[in-house]
Design a protein around this ligand. Structure first.
Ligand code: FOL
Length: 192
């Protein structure tokens, strides 16, 4: 299996969602998500778009007009293989392992797990998970689903230059403010 990244926005308590959706709407974070997951890196030997792997609940949380996420290979995981995606432009898999198999056959440039909690928990344990792009939301926000603990023996907080190099773009550094939200772009990388 080739490497992949997790991308997420989470509070200090690692809250990521509430009532089947995102707890906030932060446009510049969403723009960062779109850029990071769509970017085909310069050094990429992959010949096609990036792949995004998500659980069924996350798929349903994406507004209909935005899904499948354009210019990315959309892979949805559900144990129910009769689940109807209502589009030909996304592919259903019965497990994360199956999803990786299908995705690798596509030769994507990069692979991202984009949620939710169950997908992140499975992904973060795999040695192939090389990067965690984490938008840290500094507010206390009521959440009912959580990102898994990031083991400091497994991952270290990268510096800002490493984050910018990974997304091949300038990224605002330090605490950002949007409406009532304060947030910061971070990246963790797997220890060698
Ligand atoms: N990672 C980060 N950093 N922030 C997030 O909000 C986030 N959300 C998810 C996964 N990782 C994340 C899962 N939820 C869309 C909606 C929900 C969602 C992921 C993506 C979405 O509609 N994206 C569009 C852009 C929409 C817009 O411009 O408002 C896309 O094309 O990526």
């Amino acid at each position: 299996m080739t490497g992949f990244a997790l991308i997420v926005a989470a509070t200090n308590e690692l809250g990521i969602g509430v009532h089947g959706g995102l707890p906030w709407r932060i446009p510049k974070d969403m723009a960062f998500f779109k850029h990071a997951t769509t970017l085909i890196p310069r050094e990429s030997k992959g010949m096609s778009n990036n792949a995004v792997i998500m659980g069924r609940v996350t798929w349903e949380s994406i507004p209909q007009k935005f899904r499948p996420l354009p210019d990315r290979f959309n892979m949805v995981v559900s144990r129910n293989l009769n689940y109807d995606l209502h589009t030909e432009a996304a592919v259903l898999a019965g497990s994360m392992e199956e999803a990786f198999k299908v995705v690798e056959a596509k030769n994507p440039s990069r692979v991202f797990i984009i949620g939710g909690a169950q997908m992140y928990s499975m992904g973060i344990k795999k040695p192939e998970c090389t990067h965690i792009l984490l938008t840290r939301v500094l507010n206390k926000v009521d959440c009912d689903v959580f990102f898994p603990e990031i083991d400091p023996d497994q991952y270290r907080l990268a510096n800002h230059e490493e984050l910018e190099a990974y997304v091949e773009q300038e990224v605002p550094k330090g605490v950002q403010t949007y409406k009532e939200y304060q947030y910061e772009f971070q990246m963790y990388v797997r220890n060698v």
